[in-house]
Write a protein that binds this ligand. Structure first.
Ligand code: ADP
Ligand code: MG
Length: 754
């Protein structure tokens, strides 16, 4: 059949993007304002010419002169060599890639203008790959900006795009002048002036003030950026306050209902006579520390309100966050809802599962379990338990957030080691409730529970509540969110990046722990360390030996661990030495882990798969090989695997310098910080100092470029100002606030709320 002719009125297919256009997208430069806010990294001075007599090595210089000599050198690396003479001296121009057109432009006798970095060396002054133009052209009137870029996006293209964006962008002032006086930023540096200036600064300006960002134009931009960040987080906090969440009240002073209200045929009489929360507290083999009791109170108060909780629970490794999560889960289950706990690795999820089952199963609670490696049949069973609401608690890995997983009525989502998850994954877990139970209101579920009184019995289930009105359906419900981390966030960073969260801190370890002694030891003394392992084993203790993850080469990584495994097996006859790495099949990993947890295995050699959360209290020595390759928070996490029981524990940081004469400065600082302190907060502070805020924040920031210009440590006064101003501005100038956030964060604002 003949095809109908293309309709002439149809909109033409959009033209495919060119390479540079794609690159702009990749940088997130979509709107005119995004381009206008894409600020230079540094500047080049093309406003003047210098004489070769006056240049020094390292200068970026622009010179005009005559080509005296030009040849293509064929021996060795093929290159074009040109000698330029400006009357005061000569300079050798060296090109490893060149085209005939360039040879022509650089023919002997031509007058040219070149620009590049001056190098010294035995050949005299040299420029590698200078930019070449004909001599005599007009000089730039302003400094030439150099922008952050990516492959496939030439500076010239980017410059033109930025200039065009700057012209088109709407740049009216959003910050009321009165507020600016507080940080003595004269209104003269309004956004438009500041941006025009920073994109095209006059040559007489101090390059230093531009490059260290102390210039008032930079101050203005940093203040604006911090204000946008605070406004957006405050907005999301206020928006959240308008959302509804299930009320998960811990029944206080609970009395069994004798009035016969719960005559429900299926209501089991005895085990649920007391709320799970109280029964769990009573069943724990230990007393909560004061800090644990305090954070539990903070959390249970939050989740008893009909507004979604967003709380970050920080507590050093071993501080006992799991039991806090378990108590929150118990409160949730008491109210007749489901709780989910998501952990970043399969090993950690397994451990949580074992621990929580150990605590909750005897109390009559069904805990389901979901991971990526599960057999189809088991998985199907678990999905059914979750969908029917029979599983009151669900523990798992990322598998929890897959589409197939349908909760009957999820009310509390706990994310362990939250920094290991991306923003999108946190959002996905939150959406699990709104997708499934949009038909109820918080009120109904609260009523439902109070009316029938016994947790978990049919009829209490919130989704069996009365039919909701359409507006209630639209309103939907959000689960409460508890995020846990063992990487405490220093105060300035928390104020800046987590202003939308409430923070609870466990600042005390359970009693009876002896501090871990940390030693930094050169790899040459490895044999002594192995001998020490023998002593520990003889005392009935267990040992971790961690080998580094070398990202570029998993193979190397593995050989490192297997070699060490072989070496230790040979050196410790009669001791079971196990090996654990990420490429092992899951059942094998589980088998190894259970031998170690069970105490039969004396030494566990592993890659960093054990980094987070693993809890074997009898392990008392941690050896970290190539400790110089690990980040500080990772070292601290790893060390936290020991010192969990009453025995004195130690951590040995083995380092080697390879071919280098000594360790790098930052590696030395990291190892020293580990030897100096066991305190996670102090470690975090040092880590921030060593790495700077951008890298420290990692996941939350990556891709979102949340703070591009401001530095929360350096610009603390601007951060303070933005924090004070944000609520005033939202109250008094809501439209300006909105405009400000949209301008600075555009489509990203939504993402930053997770
Ligand atoms: P983390 O905060 O690193 O996740 P865990 O929750 O794994 O720490 O707890 C570490 C160990 O301390 C576990 O064995 C846990 O059972 C135990 N623990 C937790 N709280 C207490 C307490 N109050 N008293 C004694 N031991 C506790
Ligand atoms: Mg933990």
């Amino acid at each position: 059949m003949p095809q109908p002719p293309a309709q002439p009125t149809a909109t033409p297919a959009p033209k495919p993007l060119t390479g540079p256009q794609k690159a702009l997208r990749k940088l997130g430069l979509n709107r005119a304002i995004d381009l206008a806010l894409h600020l230079p990294l540094r500047y080049e001075d093309e406003t003047r010419l210098v004489k070769l007599r006056d240049v020094r090595e390292g200068d970026v210089a622009q010179v005009e002169g005559t080509v005296k000599h030009s040849e293509v050198k064929l021996s060795g690396h093929r290159q074009l060599l040109v000698t330029l003479d400006d009357g005061t001296g000569t300079c050798l121009l060296r090109f490893f890639t060149f085209y005939p057109s360039m040879q022509k432009a650089l023919a002997v006798g031509n007058q040219v203008r070149v620009r590049g970095e001056i190098r010294g060396g035995f050949a005299g002054l040299t420029m590698m790959h200078p930019v070449v133009k004909p001599a005599g052209g007009a000089l730039a009137a302003a400094l030439t900006p150099v922008y952050p870029s990516v492959a496939g996006l030439p500076q010239t293209y980017l410059r033109r795009a930025v200039q065009a964006g700057l012209t088109r962008a709407e740049l009216s002032d959003t910050v009321p002048a009165a507020y600016l006086q507080e940080i003595s930023l004269q209104p003269i540096w309004n956004l438009r002036k500041a941006l025009s200036f920073l994109h095209n600064p006059m040559p007489d300006v101090s390059l230093a003030a531009l490059e260290d960002h102390s210039h008032p134009a930079w101050q203005r931009l940093k203040a604006e950026e911090l204000l946008a960040q605070q406004l957006s987080q405050l907005q999301s906090r206020r928006e959240r306050a308008r959302l509804r969440a299930p009320v998960l009240a811990v029944p206080q002073g609970y009395q069994p209902d004798l009035a016969g209200d719960s005559t429900d045929a299926t209501a089991a009489p005895s085990p649920t006579a007391q709320p799970l929360y109280q029964r769990l507290l009573a069943a724990l083999p230990f007393q909560l520390t004061a800090a644990q009791a305090r954070v539990v109170a903070e959390i249970t108060q939050d989740i008893a309100r009909p507004v979604p909780m967003h709380r970050l629970l920080q507590g050093d490794v071993g501080a006992g966050k799991t039991v806090v999560a378990a108590l929150a889960a118990a409160a949730c289950i008491d109210a007749g809802w489901q709780c989910a706990l998501m952990a970043p690795t399969e090993i950690l999820a397994t451990q949580h599962f074992a621990k929580l089952v150990g605590w909750l199963h005897p109390l009559g609670i069904t805990v389901a379990w979901l991971t990526g490696s599960q057999k189809t049949r088991e998985r199907r069973e678990m999905l059914a338990l979750i969908a029917s609401g029979q599983a009151q608690l669900v523990v798992g890995t990322h598998a929890l957030i897959q589409d197939k997983v349908q909760f009957k009525h999820l009310a509390l989502a706990v994310i362990d080691e939250q920094h290991r998850f991306g923003v999108a994954q946190r959002l996905a877990l939150r959406s699990k409730l709104s997708a499934d139970t949009s038909a109820e209101s918080a009120e109904d579920s609260g009523q439902g529970h109070r009316a029938s009184g016994s947790a978990g019995s049919p009829g209490v289930a919130p989704s069996d509540g009365k039919a909701a009105t359409p507006s209630e359906q639209a309103a939907g419900l959000e689960p409460h969110l508890l995020m846990m981390t063992a990487t405490p966030i220093p105060r300035t960073l928390a104020m800046s990046y987590y202003a939308d969260l409430d923070v609870s801190t466990i600042d005390e370890l359970p009693p009876g722990r002896t501090p871990i002694i940390t030693r930094v030891v050169h790899d040459a003394r490895r044999d002594e360390v192995i001998a020490r392992i023998g002593d520990q084993i003889a005392q009935g203790r267990q040992i971790y030996w961690v080998c580094p993850l070398i990202e570029e080469s998993e193979a190397l990584d593995l050989s490192n661990a297997t070699e060490t495994h072989a070496q230790l097996s040979a050196a410790l006859p009669g001791v079971m030495v196990g090996l654990l790495h990420s490429r092992m099949p899951v059942p094998e990993k589980k088998a190894v882990m259970s031998l170690f947890t069970g105490g039969q295995m004396g030494v566990l050699v592993s890659t960093t798969v054990i980094e987070v959360g693993v809890d074997v209290p009898n392990a008392s020595l941690m050896v970290i090989e190539h400790a110089e390759r690990f980040g500080l928070s990772q070292l601290h996490q790893l060390r936290g695997r020991v010192g969990r029981g009453a025995a004195a524990s130690a951590c040995v940081l083995l380092y080697s310098t390879g071919d280098a004469p000594r360790l790098s400065q930052t590696a030395r600082e990291r190892l020293k910080a580990m030897a100096d302190t066991n305190d996670g907060f102090e470690i975090a502070r040092r880590d921030l100092e060593i790495r700077g805020p951008g890298e420290f924040m990692g996941a939350r920031q990556s891709g979102d470029a949340m703070l591009r210009f401001a530095d929360v440590a350096e610009d603390a006064h601007l951060l303070d100002w933005a924090r004070r101003l944000a609520p005033q501005m939202l109250d008094q100038h809501p439209a300006l606030a909105e405009q400000h956030v949209r301008r600075w964060l555009g489509g990203k604002a939504e993402f930053l709320k997770a």
